[in-house]
Design a protein around this ligand. Structure first.
Ligand code: SF4
Length: 295
């Protein structure tokens, strides 16, 4: 899922990395400058999860107000259920491979807590099995290629370089006004690329804010520059898997955009201010707060 194709690898080496080296990132927008403006959060007593800072499903950010001030929980739906299942498959399959546990799909499937998933197992099992098999095959192929080119490496060394991913890596976003238990979809520690997985084929510009935000948090903790981010779009339709990637340079403009979103949302919660609803036509019926706003 997070392996780069030959074309993406070329894009990284000949386009994104040279641009990142030439243009650079302003020093005040590096995560390790969390203690001074513009990174320093204005409000010490409010913290938000990454998905609320980076999401722009709601044009006025009323979802942030409802969740954090009114303490209202939106209704889960089938889209969210599939998103949760696919995230679990990708991370558990990669972890199982890296740890040589060799868990099978059927064993994994038996452990799902269906009371937390708002979808019937029979509606999702085929798609889920397909994604599991796909991730497994990709890992096997990478390891096989690595093994024949480095025959004297240990198995641990081969896996660490063939599948160089920290998956569901836990980070604290406290320094930037975020939750202290953030979970990163994937970080490629050899190429220092921050990945975010989206279960959809519909792309939005603001999807970039998720991996960008994690890059800032990573910089704030480890003081290592993360210049490249990537949104991975995973979708299964008519029995076919589609994986598309949006690989980009985490430049100043995107960093500033993320900071504006963070500041606006922290302010809504700190001041307990209802930002109101947008034009009704701008609200999607699959918004999990739809029944609360229009019920
Ligand atoms: S229904 Fe509309 S106003 Fe309410 S949270 Fe969703 S997008 Fe925002």
């Amino acid at each position: 899922m997070y392996f780069l194709s030959d074309i993406e690898q070329k894009q990284l080496l000949y386009q994104l990395l040279p641009t990142a080296r030439e243009v650079g990132v302003s020093k005040e927008l590096r995560g390790w400058n969390w203690h001074q403006p513009p990174l320093k959060p204005y409000f010490d007593n409010v913290r938000l999860p990454m998905y609320q800072v980076s999401s722009k499903y709601c044009p006025t950010n009323r979802d942030v107000y409802l969740r954090n001030v009114e303490k209202k929980y939106g209704a889960p739906n089938a889209r969210m259920a599939l998103g949760k299942l696919f995230h679990g498959i990708v991370s558990d399959c990669l972890q199982s491979f890296r740890q040589r546990q060799n868990i099978t799909f059927d064993a994994w499937w038996q452990k799902i807590r269906w009371q937390e998933i708002s979808e019937k197992p029979e509606n999702t099992i085929d798609k889920c099995r397909q994604v599991w098999d796909f991730v497994q095959k990709m890992c096997d192929a990478q390891l096989a290629e690595r093994s024949c080119s480095q025959p004297y490496s240990t198995e641990m060394d081969l896996i660490s370089t063939a599948v160089p991913f920290l998956v569901e890596h836990k980070l604290s976003g406290e320094l930037l006004g975020l939750s202290d238990i953030l979970s990163v979809d994937c970080f490629d520690y050899l190429r220092t690329i921050m990945f975010d997985l989206k279960v959809t084929s519909f792309k939005e510009n603001w999807h970039r804010l998720y991996s960008l935000g994690y890059a800032l948090v990573f910089e704030s903790i480890h003081e290592v520059p993360v210049d490249i981010c990537c949104t991975v779009y995973l979708n299964v339709e008519n029995g076919k898997i589609s994986v598309q990637k949006d690989l980009f340079f985490a430049n100043d403009e995107l960093r500033q955009w993320w900071l504006e979103e963070r500041d606006r949302k922290l302010e809504i919660v700190a001041e307990r201010r209802d930002p109101g609803k947008p034009e009704c036509s701008q609200c999607k019926e699959y918004c999990q707060y739809y029944n609360i706003c229009y019920g």
